[in-house]
Write a protein that binds this ligand. Structure first.
Ligand SMILES: N[C@@H](CCC(=O)N[C@@H](CS)C(=O)NCC(=O)O)C(=O)O
Length: 260
């Protein structure tokens, strides 16, 4: 039995749902968001109070990058890691960058553009309990700064610059191949599909307006059936509406940051 604790818009869960879909593995959904992330029963499974958590029979797995590797190793289906060791290293180098900072940076952009409004609407005591980063004081501090300053926070400029560098790196990385690591689709492509999708939803596709290989790669990722079953099918009307609001107001902020 395979159960995924997740919620629709959680980018780390999107990575894992993409891996499950590409591997062709059936799983059961346990949606877990908001207060449910602070429930003591859930915290016993995932002490950080975040999703995703995958439970395979009696084995509890946390951390999206290594959950995806587990899926690759534990189940039959199409290979999601390259066979060549150098390409495997490349796939892992892409995925490692997410844990090394890209995820925090996408959190910053998402929180400033859509999360902030939701938290500001909460009563102060609820907001204090629910603020992201239960076990991560840096994420918690950044969340507080973003609550106060929104787009004017210096974290915004740093995050946008990091994604501009990523767009350069992806454009260069896709020079010899339509996939990020080796010749074929791998977990690196799955992971970055979730990130490029999020930036697109937030209204930040201008970051790769001059990157044709990246734009082509993303178009191909969207054509894969996994994009629908792992991402589109889990988008709630509320989430889509919040992205619409983000797109309306991100343009100006992005222009200001990009001329710096
Ligand atoms: N390094 C973790 C990060 C998990 C994470 O930050 N999950 C987010 C959703 S993408 C979450 O559950 N946030 C809720 C919170 O921080 O309260 C992973 O890759 O699994």
């Amino acid at each position: 039995m395979l159960t995924l604790f997740h919620f629709g818009g959680a980018i780390c869960a999107q990575k894992v749902r993409l891996a499950l879909a590409e591997k062709g593995v059936e799983w059961e959904s346990r949606e877990c968001a908001g207060e449910a992330l602070r429930d003591p029963d859930y915290l016993r499974l995932n002490p950080s109070g975040v999703v995703p958590t995958l439970v395979h029979d009696r084995t509890v797995l946390t951390e999206s990058r290594i959950i995806s590797e587990y899926i690759e190793e534990a189940f039959d289906g199409p290979a999601l890691m390259p066979s060549d060791p150098a390409d495997r290293h490349r796939a892992r180098l892409w995925s490692k960058q997410i844990d090394d900072g890209l995820h925090l940076n996408v959190f910053i952009l998402t929180f400033a553009a859509v999360g902030r409004d939701i938290y500001l609407a909460m009563p102060a005591d609820v907001r204090g309990a629910m603020l992201p980063g239960l076990r991560d004081p840096i994420k918690r501090q950044i969340s507080s700064d973003l609550l106060e300053q929104g787009f004017a926070s210096p974290w915004m400029g740093m995050a946008v610059k990091r994604f501009r560098r990523l767009a350069d790196d992806m454009e260069a990385g896709l020079a010899g191949s339509a996939a990020l690591a080796g010749k074929h689709y791998s977990l690196a492509d799955a992971d970055y599909t979730a990130y490029i999708n999020r930036l697109t939803n937030l209204g930040m596709a201008a970051l790769w307006a001059d990157k044709p290989r990246l734009a082509d790669w993303y178009a191909h990722m969207q054509d894969r059936p996994s994009f629908k079953s792992a991402i589109l099918d889990w988008q709630s009307p509320e989430e889509l509406a919040s992205y619409g609001r983000s797109r309306d107001r991100v343009g100006e902020a992005l222009d200001a940051i990009m001329v710096e």
